[in-house]
Design a protein around this ligand. Structure first.
Ligand SMILES: C[S@@+](CC[C@H](N)C(=O)[O-])C[C@H]1O[C@@H](n2cnc3c(N)ncnc32)[C@H](O)[C@@H]1O
Length: 286
């Protein structure tokens, strides 16, 4: 096992920095052998089945082409869940897990909250919220039928009672909400500008879905405005809007939300000190 890990690390180090190569090799071996990082280290001297060794060259070839390890293995970890991911879904990010933990911390102890999640991708946000909140009623929407199929499989695996709908949020509203008043609207919408393409790493640009990433350069806040306007109709007074943001949007988005009638606006930093989360209340009752 030790030699196999070392060989894969050496091969990957031809295209990745050495620490990243070692990390990717570790993730691949842990997944193939279904071991934790600690178990992998403790069992490093044990032999590996020939059938497992035979899988490595094909995986290695894909990794050398900068395909993200999560797509190569078909899984990503999020909030202690192993989620299926495909090229139709964004790979869930650590800052999105921070957003979910912010929501759980602010909303803990409130049973039966009604939640709308816009742009669900792999379903990472609603699945984590359904674990962390008590009896939450969650509706998740996405424009992508392929992403929704993945999200539905992830929800089935974790028995998360989430309702999924295919909705183009820029053109239509989630179906069947009627006059329902929501407690929470949450979204990690597309927010990368087209002009940022040249700055992006090939593992993101060449493999992750463009519909999950990009907004037109002419309107960076397109999705935020649309979702905030939906929140005006669907949130109950005192209900809360939660967004993952690009740090450059903290000020213009806060200004926009004030003009739309939101208050109690707070921007939160991620673990790296970047302003990546924003929350706002809809017409808090004094
Ligand atoms: C940044 S990804 C976030 C995915 C997931 N929530 C996460 O955090 O990993 C944005 C998601 O919005 C979806 N999306 C893009 N345009 C949309 C639209 N017009 N209506 C609904 N969903 C849309 C994409 O398919 C993608 O799944």
């Amino acid at each position: 096992m030790r030699q196999l890990t070392a060989d894969l690390t050496t091969a990957l180090a031809t295209v990745y920095p050495s620490s990243e190569a070692a990390a990717i090799a570790g993730v691949v071996l842990e997944h193939l052998l279904q071991l934790s990082p600690l178990q992998l280290r403790m069992q490093a001297n044990e032999a590996v089945a020939t059938s497992t060794v035979a899988q490595i060259p094909a995986l290695q070839a894909r990794l050398l082409r900068h395909e993200p390890v999560q797509y190569v293995l078909g899984v990503a970890w999020f909030a202690d869940m192993e989620l299926e991911v495909t090229p139709a879904t964004l790979i869930p990010r650590p800052e999105t897990e921070e957003l979910v933990r912010l929501i759980a911390a602010e909303q803990k102890g409130k049973p039966g909250l009604a939640v709308l999640d816009v742009g669900t991708g792999s379903g990472c946000i609603p699945l984590a919220l359904s674990k962390m909140l008590i009896d939450a009623r969650i509706i998740s929407v996405d424009i992508s039928a392929e992403a929704l199929a993945v999200a539905r499989r992830n929800a089935a695996r974790y028995q998360a009672p989430v309702t999924f709908q295919q909705v183009d949020i820029l053109r239509e509203e989630p179906h069947g909400l009627g006059m329902q008043s929501l407690d929470i609207v949450v979204s990690n919408p597309p927010y990368v500008l087209e002009l940022e393409r040249p700055l992006m790493r090939p593992n993101v640009l060449d493999y992750e879905p463009a519909t999950a990433l990009f907004v037109p350069d002419t309107d960076p806040l397109l999705f935020y405005r649309r979702i905030a306007e939906l929140g005006q109709k669907l949130l109950r007074p005192g209900g809360t809007l939660y967004f993952e943001i690009n740090e450059q949007y903290a000020t213009p988005l806060s200004d926009l939300l004030i003009t739309l009638g939101y208050n109690q606006i707070q921007v939160h930093q991620d673990l790296f000190g970047k302003e990546r989360m924003l929350r706002a209340d809809w017409r808090t009752i004094a």
